[in-house]
Ligand binder design. Sequence first.
Ligand code: SF4
Ligand code: FE
Length: 482
Amino acid sequence: MMNVEEYLDSLKQLKWKIYLFGEMVDNPVDHPIIRPSINSVAKSYELAADPQYEDLMTAQSNLTGNKINRFTHLHQSTNDLVKKVKMLRLMGQKTAACFQRCVGFDAFNAVDSVTFEMDRELGTTYHQRFQNYLREVQGKDLVVDGAMTDPKGDRSKRPSQQADPDLFLRIVERRTDGIVVRGAKAHQTGAVASHEILAMPTIALGEEDRDYAVCFALPSDTEGIFYIYGRQSCDTRKLEGGDIDVGNCRYGGQEALVIFEDVFVPEERIFMCGEHQYAGALVERFAGYHRQSYGGCKVGVGDVLIGAAAQVAEYNGAERASHIRDKIIEMVHLNETLYSCGIACSCQGAATASGTYLIDLLLANVCKQNVTRFPYEIARLAEDIAGGLMVTMPSEKDFRHPKLGPYIDKYLKGVENVPTEYRMRMMRLIENITLGTAAVGYRTESMHGAGSPQAQRIMISRQANLDYKKKLARIIASIEKE
Ligand code: SF4
Ligand code: FE
């Protein structure tokens, strides 16, 4: 496995093209806006090397028997699924941000079982190819961006009906040794922290859309791929040089718009090429795994936010007020409810035909549906407890100013024995998670990441087995016999 330094060095070797604020970024690893998000991914290497987290952060590969980072593992049991959720909660606690490595992890597990079923039914050889690829990923301990979301254009139209056919990533040329693809993947979490990109279709597809049924992996600096880095609320505070106003100066998340400008994919890196009838299963399984993920990562970030709210209540001298205590209890209740669903869908998982374990899809979708709501309520309560100063406080530069600083120190003091700076730092952390750069991961991504709320409701209705429930009612109402 790589250590943190090796991971950072390996990213520096990549010759990728990344744009931010209209300019090409020469050294993304050391860029002040990008670096905190890379630090979050690096945490997955740091914790894997720490003996106290070995059981959660590492696993034994079923492909090679070697010890690997769990983020590259194929789940071999429900215990593995549970450990994944616990690992993501731990990572959320340590970074208070989106740590990005889960998208590739979820993609591996989805692609593994779907390619197995494709090969069994169609006689293709994608599964072996994919497992060869994954062996390489595990052996080199790589980060892979699992890339699903296409731009999608007019939502009322299928991919091939779009005015611009590139609005879904597609095959534009088939050659004897591979294919050429064109299109884009949007909102790509961790793209600029990944060695590889593993692209998948974004929706179930029909025969007319077979050129869109494509799954492949490429090094992230492949010729023809480039990245336009997504901006976040308050991101330029990272350019100011201080460490109070950013709220979380070490860690962050990132998303990018990834463009594929006629990119060649060699045959050995293709895992689906026109088999449109399997696109739906791949989307459903990837989304299911990622909806499980949120029952871990958001809970870990929630732990930090609850801690910050409880801490700032102490700094404000309000911690003994009964309504404050009750609000903290409510936050914990909501957060643990999210976790409960993440654990439950893992415990109720089952083996797929390839042997890789899949979560219970109904419970994973319930988990994510809760995530579209509860973090908002937790954030609302944290803002309530913190007080308005969280958004009206002067800047760190004013606080450090020889004339202004003493006034800020005097007038923004809470309880006597706590330095004003601590109170400012805790307020800025809450601001960061609820309104700042980390709010991408904690709020809007809670809504739309791994599919918007309606996508879960469709899955919930599909899995709900209402006919069975109606039968139960008919039997109890003595309309029907058992
Ligand atoms: Fe991982 Fe959560 Fe970020 Fe998704 S949102 S990549 S599950 S940390
Ligand atoms: Fe996400």
